[in-house]
Design a protein around this ligand. Sequence first.
Ligand code: GLN
Length: 245
Amino acid sequence: MSEKKINICHLYPDLLNLYGDTGNIICLKSRIERRGIECSVTGLSVGEKLDPSKYDLFFIGGGQDFEQDVLIGDAETNKKAGIKEAMEDGKTFLAICGGYQILGDYYETWDGNKMKFMGCIDYFTKGHPDRMIGNYMFTCDALDGEKIVGFENHSGKTYLGSGVDSIGDVLKGFGNNGEDGREGMHYKNVFGAYCHGPMLPKNPKFCDLLISTALERKYGSASLEPLDDTLENNAHDYMVARLSE
Ligand code: GLN
């Protein structure tokens, strides 16, 4: 077992876990520990203050409009300052769908309910009566165009600010808004995406990118031993083929 340790903070695990997004935590922990690196996971929900110094990697899952509305007051009071500090300090984040949306400036639901979100990064979301649903595929610029496969189900259309990159380009499906051909958000070491599935088990290279990013920031270097990803790659490649037809 190496001396290294990654501490994961799972934000709102009881509220934001649409389509099994907690599977991303299971995948991260497994791939970290199978490299002989210790990994802790701490859930933080409503009423609990975030101390960003305790964690190296943060995860927020997806949720319906209702759950987003329920937690946003707590996010403002107990999480926002710590999240912004961690982001600017180069810590690694993965935020999925509703969790991705709440890091932005606001979310206006399709029936006109405008929810002020955390405003940690410059983007906003507007809901639409027609939901964007289905298996989808996009590229990851940070992995030289590696294809990412997953499932999306959102009414929100997200529009990135000028200083905010996407994760990559939509190859199949809707992505951020079904209009500009981009999917997700990448700011410093913060990644947001509409990618349910959960995202990481079928995209092992992206999971290892998150782990490497956290290790490099904490220890200055990261060399991850390869794992036997036969099953993961079979599932990934099957969906790439299916979505490329
Ligand atoms: N409630 C948000 C929307 O409908 C996010 C949904 C989700 O997390 N899948 O766009």
